[in-house]
Design a protein around this ligand. Structure first.
Ligand code: P1T
Length: 387
């Protein structure tokens, strides 16, 4: 299903790319093709390229076109989770690959790299990519790629995608960016020189905390072919229902992201002035050490905030206990505001000494600011932080 909207702006592509009224009955919304298999007119002959839903499905294909269009990629390849997409993106680098990863990545990504994929013949080095030259000393003959998450989860450090991509390409390395926190609306790594983008669609792309999915996007045909082959062969594919939900969600991605960012900016400013808060990280605050880079490579600052409360774990637990609108839960990017304690939750699988090195303090809390009324969100945090 080809989009006729390739030249249009993000909001228009979000609603139309990969989709058009059904040619048989005019349905405006791409139907949910909840089917595992497809009748074939003759052995080996397919209608419109479909034979089995692990290989391809019309609802999934529409979503893949839609997502690729939003990220400015030629190929979008969906998986059953962000972790499955991450795994395929690395597997596609080939056997024996060494990957240099930003040190402060999602705990599940670090676990996948160091406790699953490193047990095959791959190897990983974690380093702080705030300095775009930092990876150079770790490059080996078998190094194939850099893995960047920016902003990082949970300390919201940034990596300069353009600077790192230029240096990496000189060394013949690919750059893969996990763009989950920004969504394709606020940051487009491919336009900055990266070779591939991964999203956990579970987050902003899905946007309603009702699905788990991932995607790999690239304009590199040879690399895409490898990822596509892994999608078919390993089979970690999303079901048609989740694809249908995601396709419905991208239609509102732009307006949701605008509200997430506006609310987060106001919440971050409130937290920065609060006496019980020791530190606040939000890329849109002038106090963020990489504010200039944020302004350069992102068109907005997203909905994620990290704060450190005075009084360590006990004080953090008190806040978690008291919040009423913010829900204590893992994940992020949904319309509802969430709060979590990375040390005990999303990053509990990261060894304590590594957490300490990364600054994942006992008093550190992570907010996913939703799209409720901002005054209610600030009032909730105010009462939760009160002495
Ligand atoms: O959960 P899954 O869809 O498999 O996505 C993994 C993933 C990948 N990349 C980033 C930046 C992520 O934040 C995640 C998942 N993160 C959480 C569940 C979390 O609460 O941080």
């Amino acid at each position: 299903m080809k989009s006729k909207t390739g030249e249009h702006r993000f909001e228009t592509r979000a609603i139309h790319a990969g989709q058009r009224p059904d040619p048989t009955n005019g349905a405006v919304v791409v139907p949910l093709y909840q089917t595992s298999t497809f009748a074939q007119p003759a052995p080996g002959v397919m209608r419109d390229g479909y034979d089995y839903s692990r290989a391809d499905n019309p609802t999934r294909r529409a979503l893949e076109h839609n997502l690729a269009s939003l990220e400015g990629a030629t190929h979008g390849i969906c998986f059953g989770s962000g972790c499955a997409a991450t795994s395929a993106a690395v597997q596609a680098l080939g056997a024996g690959a060494h990957v240099i990863s930003f040190d402060d990545v999602y705990g599940g990504t670090r676990r996948l790299f160091s406790r699953v994929m490193a047990h095959d013949d791959r190897s990983f080095t974690f380093c702080d990519l705030v300095d775009p030259d930092a990876f150079l000393e770790h490059v080996r003959p078998e190094t194939k790629a850099l893995w960047i998450e920016t902003p990082t989860n949970p300390t919201l450090k940034l990596a300069d995608i353009a600077a790192i991509s230029a240096r990496a390409h000189e060394k013949g390395l690919r750059v893969i960016v996990d763009n989950t926190f920004m969504s394709p609306y606020f940051q487009n790594p491919l336009a900055l020189g990266a070779d591939a983008v991964v999203h956990s669609c579970t987050k902003y792309i899905g946007g309603h905390s009702d699905l788990v999915m991932g995607v790999v996007m690239t304009s590199d045909d040879a690399y895409a072919e490898k990822v596509r082959f892994l999608q078919l062969s390993v089979g970690a594919v999303p079901g048609p229902m989740d694809c249908w939900l995601a396709l419905r969600s991208t239609k509102t991605l732009a307006v949701r992201m605008e509200r997430h960012a506006a609310n987060a900016a106001a919440v971050a400013e409130f937290l920065e002035g609060h006496p019980a808060v020791k530190a606040v990280a939000y890329p849109g605050l002038p106090s963020h050490p990489q504010y200039a880079l944020a302004q350069r490579q992102m068109s907005g600052f997203g909905g994620m905030i990290t704060l450190v409360v005075d009084g360590g774990l006990e004080a953090a637990r008190r806040v978690l206990d008291r919040v009423q609108i913010f829900t204590l839960a893992e994940s992020l990017g949904g319309v509802e505001s969430l709060i979590e304690h990375p040390g005990l939750m999303t990053h509990a699988s990261v060894p304590p000494e590594v957490r300490a090195e990364l600054g994942i303090d006992d008093g550190l809390l992570r907010l996913s600011v939703g799209i409720e009324h901002v005054d209610d969100l600030i009032a909730d945090l105010k009462q939760a932080l009160a002495g």
